[in-house]
Every structure is written in C-alpha cells, then in structure tokens.
Design a protein around this ligand. Structure first.
Ligand code: GCO
Length: 448
C-alpha cells in the first residue's frame, strides 16, 4: 500500500460517526416497541450475560449524542431505525410513537447542522417476522420494502440519506450459520435464501424509496474484507477456499447490486429461491456504496469442515486488536481499489471503521492512544485510495458512544465517548478530541 502523498482531506469530505438502534437506544419496552430477534436471543449466549435494555441510553439521551456530534464538528450521524419500533409486528399497524422518536432525533440533528443518515435494517428483525421464517421467507423482503416506504413517506421530507441494509453478509452468516448472532440458527442450508432475500429486500426498498421522494441519496452498506489464503504446503487448496469464501462474503452482495449476477458459489446456493426478474430488481443504481471495514480474513482448506472451508489464523507476528482481529489497513486499501476496478468506481462512504478497547467488564479506557493510532493508519489507507482515484466522500467512525456489542455485551467498547450506565455520564476519550480536530481541519496529523 503506498503512503499518501499528502495528509489533507478535501473540505467537502464528510466526517461522521455511526451507531445502530439495538446497540444504542435501550428503552426496549417503551412507547409501543415490538420485540425483535435480539430481544429473544438467549442471554446465556451473550458473553457477559447482559442485555441491551440500557445500552447507550440514547432513546432517552439522544440530545446528549447530538450535542457530542455537533460539538466535535461532525457533519453527519449514521444511526439505524428499529423496524419494530415503527411496525411492532413487522407488518400491519404503525406505531406513531416510534416514528415520533426518529422525527425528534432527525430534527435535533438538523438543528445542529448534522446530516442524518438512517440505516433501515441493522439486524434487529421484528420477532413476529422471524416466526414466519424471517429472511428464509421471501415475504420478509416485501414487508421490508413496505416499511422502507412508510419511513420515507413520513420522514423523507427531512431525512435525505439512507443506508438500506447493514452488513447482510454478517447477518446471514453469524445469524443463520454459526448461531453467534440472532436469530441464532445453525443451518448452512438457509444461507442462500437468507442472502438472496436480503438482496431482494434491498432492491425493492431502493425502488420504493426512489419512488417516494426523488431527492433522496440512497446507499447500502456491506462488510467488505479481503479473503486471504493461508500459505504453506496446502496453499493451492487454501487459495480455492479463500476464493470460495470471497464469493459468498463479498461477491454475493457486490455482484448482484452492481452487475445483476451472482458469482458461481452463491449462485448454486440461491437457485432454489431465485425467481425470474429478481436480478433486475436487485441491480439498482445507488447514491453510494457504504464500506464497513475492520480487518481482512484468512481462510484455509479443511477436508473435514463444512464446504471444506475454515478460518485460518492471521500470519504470526501481525498486530491484533481486542477481537483478535488482525490490524491491517492495507486490507481497506485493497478493498477500495477492488470496488474501483471491478465495480465501476461508484461513490463510496466508509460507513464504519474503528477498534475496541481490550475486552473488560470494567470502565472504558479514556486515554485511548491505541484507537487514535488505529484510526490514523486506516485514514492513511483511505487517503491513499483517494489519491489512486477512488471516489470516497466520507468516513464515519464506529462508534460515537460505547454501546452494547451484540454477543460480546458490554465488554467490548468502540466509542469515542465512554458511558457510565449507572449515572448516565458520558466522558469524552482522547480519541474524541483527536477525531474532532481532524473533522474541523481535515488534516491528518503525524508523519507519513
Ligand atoms: C457492524 C456492526 C456493528 C459492530 C461493529 C463492531 O455493522 O459491523 O454493525 O454493529 O458493533 O462492527 O464490531
């Protein structure tokens, strides 16, 4: 990866922060919200045995979040809308109180000059839809489009930026194959249908959004990562494994959206649910592609693993974060160039990037130099990619306030700001101040 030629981001580059409803809002039982798949996911499968009933308490303290964003000079906030706050059973009656919450949040952001970017689905499917098969059921895609239409009808006069889906690959694989996430299934046989119905939902929703308001900027977000093969004597086999994984993890979402086709491995997995016309529905122009990046993956061949593919450890000696993820900004650079070269150089926004404190049930690390270092390295990769011609318009840090990290519960903390769940006090970390200076000046400090 080349070093950036200079360290100044353009003046119109969008600096923001990202979050999601279930991880952040808390107040799960108020104002008519219906249960989602994460509400019923067993507590025993959360590492610290917690639930998200408090989270960052943002349902009640969203005003504090808005002040933190605006005071930092951030120009945008990516949050997600909880489907089950708005349509508690996934289809049918609309819950006005749920819509009101998001209207208040959007208005508060706009009043402070922070552009709202709303993700429509960040993994918290209404439980009532799961009981009808969730994403294995084609109907869920239609219900999603109806919900997306409702949101734009009601908020689209003020809310102009949408991220349709968040990381469909993670939801498909961790929720339906490994069982680490809700709905907690361990059935590789449903992977194809879950992938395809999310893609279809996305296509239908993009069409609905565009029909409802013509001036919306509609994107979608993917968890893109290079799939690298373990070396050694089996390296040829490992390459095949890594390529197969890449087709399912990255290609199964990029190719349908930008080319209207599936790569060969996922094609075989979706065939049973693919209908005439689906690929035309899925292939849609987007205002931007959201790229979430944390680390590359390493894969290898194993004769005894399902589909002969299993994760491999990162090469020894590489730096790791608290998740044991390999800290490797070159994977971000490589991903951005791939999008440039293979998918027609669409406008891109980095919709998530960041790192966790070391896992701990104790308080957050306030002097978080490791986070500043991580961000600086990854932003160098972004800048180098821009200098290489990638059309990258913004960078959203994951996340603003420490929140509830899915199966890790509260023991993983990604925020620029700490949150004391007993007192509600939010404490700015060193990274908050650093990121704020960057957002104001656009100048990445430190030597190249
Ligand atoms: C994602 C996840 C986030 C996680 C983050 C850190 O979109 O990847 O949505 O919810 O909190 O990735 O692991």
């Amino acid at each position: 990866m080349p070093a950036p030629r200079d360290r100044q981001f353009p003046a119109n580059f969008i600096w923001g922060a990202a979050s999601s409803a279930f991880q952040t809002e808390g107040s799960l039982d108020v104002d008519g919200r219906g249960p989602s798949i994460w509400d019923v996911f067993p507590r025993e499968r959360i590492h610290d045995g917690t639930d998200a009933s408090v989270a960052a308490d943002s349902y009640r303290r969203y005003g504090d979040d808005v002040a933190l964003l605006a005071d930092a000079g951030l120009k945008a906030y990516r949050f997600s809308i909880s489907w089950s706050r708005i349509v508690p059973d996934g289809s049918g009656a609309v819950n006005e109180a749920g819509l009101d919450y998001y209207a208040r949040l959007v208005d508060a952001l706009l009043a402070r000059g922070v552009a709202p970017y709303a993700t429509l689905f960040h993994w918290d499917l209404p439980q009532a839809l799961q009981e009808r098969g969730g994403w294995t059921n084609r109907e869920t895609a239609e219900r999603f489009a109806a919900y997306a239409d409702l949101v734009t009808q009601r908020l689209g006069d003020r809310l102009k930026h949408f991220v349709v889906l968040n990381e469909a690959a993670v939801h498909a694989a961790l929720g339906h194959v490994t069982g680490m996430h809700a709905p907690g299934l361990t059935d590789a046989g449903v992977l194809g249908p879950v992938i395809h119905h999310q893609n279809l939902a996305q296509g239908l929703a993009i069409q609905a959004l565009r029909a409802a308001e013509s001036d919306l900027i509609v994107g979608t977000t993917m968890a893109l990562m290079p799939s690298r093969a373990e070396g050694g004597v089996l390296s040829w086999f490992n390459e095949q494994a890594a390529n197969g994984f890449d087709e399912v993890w990255n290609g199964a979402f990029l190719d349908p959206l930008f080319r209207g086709t599936y790569p060969s491995v996922p094609q075989g997995m979706v065939e049973s649910v693919l209908r005439d016309g689906d690929m035309e529905t899925i292939r849609q122009p987007v205002g931007f592609l959201g790229v979430n990046y944390y680390a590359p993956s390493y894969m290898r061949f194993n004769l005894f693993a399902p589909s002969f593919i299993e994760p491999a450890p990162a090469p020894s000696g590489t730096e790791r974060d608290a998740f044991d993820r390999h800290v490797d900004p070159s994977g971000l650079y490589e991903t951005l160039l791939r999008v440039r070269d293979q998918y027609g150089n669409p406008p891109v926004i980095i919709t998530e990037n960041g790192c966790s404190d070391p896992f701990s049930d104790g308080p957050a690390v306030i002097e978080d130099q490791f986070r500043i270092d991580y961000l600086r390295q990854h932003l160098e990769a972004v800048k180098s990619a821009m200098e290489g011609g990638c059309d990258i318009g913004g960078y959203f840090h994951w996340t603003l306030v420490d929140n509830w990290e899915w199966a890790e519960g509260y023991r993983s903390k990604f925020g620029l700001v700490a949150h004391n769940r007993e007192t509600g006090v939010r404490t700015e970390k060193a990274s908050y101040r650093w990121f704020s200076e960057l957002a104001r000046s656009g100048a990445l400090d430190g030597a190249v």
